[in-house]
Design a protein around this ligand. Sequence first.
Ligand SMILES: N=C(N)NCCC[C@H](NC(=O)CCC(=O)O)C(=O)O
Length: 448
Amino acid sequence: MKQFEVNFDGLVGPTHNYAGLSFGNVASQSNANAISSPKQAAKQGLAKMKALADMGMTQGVLAPQERPDIATLRRLGFTGSDARVLENAAKQARQVFLACCSASSMWTANAATVSPSADTADGRVHFTPANLTNKFHRSLEPEVTGRILQATFANEKYFAHHAHLPDNEHFGDEGAANHTRLCSNYCHSGVELFVYGRYAFDTTKPAPKRYPARQTLEASQAIARLHGLDEDSVVFIQQNPDVIDQGVFHNDVIAVGNQNVLFFHEQAFYQKDAVLQEIRRKFGDHPLHFIEVSTDAVPVADAVKTYLFNTQIITLPDNSMAIIAPSECEENENVHRYLSALIASDAPIKEVKYFDVKQSMRNGGGPACLRLRVALTEQEVAVVNPATLINDTQFAKLNRWVDKHYRDVLTENDLRDPQLLIESRTALDELTQLLKLGSVYPFQRQGS
Ligand SMILES: N=C(N)NCCC[C@H](NC(=O)CCC(=O)O)C(=O)O
């Protein structure tokens, strides 16, 4: 049977900006208020999607969200015309306003957790949007994310969509950024790794001291239950609290897996040896490769700066593996040396391809943050909304759409411009037609 792991990349929205909203995410904080380029950001993302499609990968795209989020600003007490809501919010509650303008839905690794049909009790692909409770600006995403996922995977026979977990820190869930699946073949049952940062109901357990742990064990357990996963094929792993305190705010900043390869930093996991043993036991007799990177080879600070682990390991149509890395990895001596040695070694990864995703990197989002992985059978691919899959035509249309609607530069001051709101809504309205999504945005559903 043909097997697919489809990457659904987030399209960068027209209000892409740097607002320093993510405490614990070093890049986000250090680029607060830098000038952004939504057009360049969207094009960098599209170029990566097109490059993967050209490598023979099946590549999808997920629509961004409506920002500024006028509906939320109204919910928070701002009234009058949309222009007045923007003006008053920017003047009276700058931080709240900025949070409601973030284009953070571009990082679709945080859109949802996905379990392929081979792993689930009812044989469907299961999706649970992440509630992203730890950051206000991100907690605004799950409802619309759910609608976009339902419009993309719109077939109940094959796809099951759950509501996001309760919106409370006890069930803080960051989606696929803390979830990895190991398997020998995408269509065979695999072992799902759920990485959490803390226990919600037991404060005696280890937890980071400086920065927040966004994901709880209880949230990860709830997702595994909802998706009908077999406990013999699930491993719950605590992230090392010390690395969270060094800026590793999601597990995908320090570990990444693909098929039978787990690529991780030696400091990634709490009680690492027991974790690796459990993974090996549950994976069974098939070959399994642990590629462990020592602190001597790459210090955690370099991993956080370059996003060595926020790379995509992909299996190409000829079954060889390649690693998709941000250009920051090529520019850093330690990391470049490491990657060059890795592909020359007998490890399964044979090729490295560098991509410029700097507009995203400045907010703490590398190549892997920009994509949601969905392992699908041939039959399942056939029922995905075809307009969301990238081919030459869709790529050209999306590029033209960006050229037509996106600004070259954006500053904080521009965000309060009512014209930007109109531009964004016009762009998104057209996008929903291009991707055949129906009415997913609040501005399209007013009065419905
Ligand atoms: N690791 C993964 N999978 N995703 C990266 C998400 C980056 C995102 N940055 C932000 O939301 C910054 C927005 C700002 O500061 O303007 C976050 O911290 O949640």
